[in-house]
Write a protein that binds this ligand. Structure first.
Ligand code: 26A
Length: 346
């Protein structure tokens, strides 16, 4: 049962189960994968899930924005987050629902009768992770689900929206519907670019939703992919962040804030303004020893989760960035996109 008062933060994207194992160069080569990337699986990739299971893979709840939703709830009071996406009618779907429930995230999944729950093969080599996603049911999300009165009422009650850019491959109308709701009522709309392939091959879809964004998240590779795709002629992260901050915006009552994470290097934040002037800030990450890193899968999602928690609880931009960096540092010490249990406090 959804809470009658709703949830301040609503997240939308692709619910996936991660099948994660350590791999090597031979495995990456077999499936023509880069060490650090995220792609959609084609027919030639379908064997990877069996190969990973043969390597003692762990099954871990994933899906980028679902990780962010769990991360934000980790740092917020009870009943703060609702997550929406599409799962299949199967065991993996039940696992995802249960994990969200345990993390205190309310889910409103569309359940597809024909496709299995989506999965993501994650190959860990050193501090890199390569992800190969078979969306299956996650690809069946429909705007009609969002527009059902009981779901739409949760949309209306929410004050903050976070959409994973991976959903741009699935249901752009749903993203636009959230963007329109946010812009019309001066609520906060946040979007992560999620992967270089989104900036390259889903460029038009991305550009159709960017005007709704108050906060954009990406890492350095995604920033450069966007810049290349738009012939901006620069690989300078600060320059790219500044250009993001100045892109056209629907809701002119809020500035755009473009946030670019760069692994262990500083996070770059560009804040636009009505006059066209852009302020740039840099934030050092929280250092942890190399030995205490378990794996970096989900670090960006955790950062976004901590950041969203800050924004939802009315913290300043600087404090919210620090909350993001704190949660990311915690998540990379866990296996996969997970957070410490028992709960640690910021
Ligand atoms: C559409 N694609 C490719 C995806 C994903 C994805 N989540 C949604 N859609 N490809 C990988 N992921 C998730 O990213 C997390 C790490 O950031 C994985 O499930 C993993 O948990």
């Amino acid at each position: 049962m959804a809470a009658p008062q709703g949830y301040p933060l609503l997240c939308l994207e692709n619910p996936l189960l991660d099948i994660q194992a350590r791999g090597d160069a031979a495995l990456l080569e077999k499936y023509e994968l880069k060490p650090n990337d995220a792609i959609l699986a084609e027919d030639k990739h379908m064997g990877i899930y069996e190969d990973l299971l043969a390597r003692d893979a762990k099954l871990i709840p994933g899906g980028a924005a679902q990780n962010t939703a769990r991360g934000a709830q980790y740092m917020l009071p009870e009943q703060s987050v609702v997550y929406i996406g599409c799962i299949g009618k199967d065991k993996f779907g039940d696992v995802l629902k249960k994990t969200c429930e345990e993390a205190g995230v309310h889910t409103e999944y569309r359940v597809d009768e024909t496709q299995p729950t989506g999965k993501c093969g994650v190959v860990i080599t050193g501090h890199d992770r390569s992800m190969c996603t078979h969306l299956a049911a996650a690809n069946e999300y429909k705007i009609e689900h969002l527009k059902q009165p009981e779901i739409w009422s949760l949309v209306e009650k929410a004050q903050f929206y976070y959409v994973g850019g991976y959903h741009l491959t699935v249901c752009v109308p749903a993203i636009i519907a959230l963007g329109e709701e946010a812009a019309a009522k001066n609520k906060v709309f946040m979007l992560s670019i999620s992967a270089p392939f989104i900036a390259q091959f889903f460029k038009d879809q991305l550009d159709s939703v960017l005007p709704y964004t108050d906060y954009t998240f990406c890492n350095e590779t995604e920033a450069i992919a966007y810049s290349e795709g738009h012939q901006w002629g620069t690989e300078d992260i600060t320059e790219i962040a500044k250009k993001f901050a100045q892109l056209p915006k629907k809701n002119t009552q809020r500035p755009r804030v473009a946030i670019v994470t760069q692994g262990t290097l500083s996070t770059i934040v560009a804040i636009g303004s009505a006059t066209g002037a852009v302020e740039v800030k840099e934030f050092k990450v929280r250092e942890i020893s190399k030995d205490s890193i378990n794996d970096t899968n989900g670090a960006g999602d955790a950062f976004a989760g901590g950041f969203c928690a800050g924004i939802v609880s009315g913290k300043s931009l600087d404090d919210s960035i620090d909350m993001g960096q704190w949660l990311a540092s915690k998540s990379i010490q866990e296996l996969g996109p997970s957070y410490p249990f028992p709960k640690q406090t910021y």
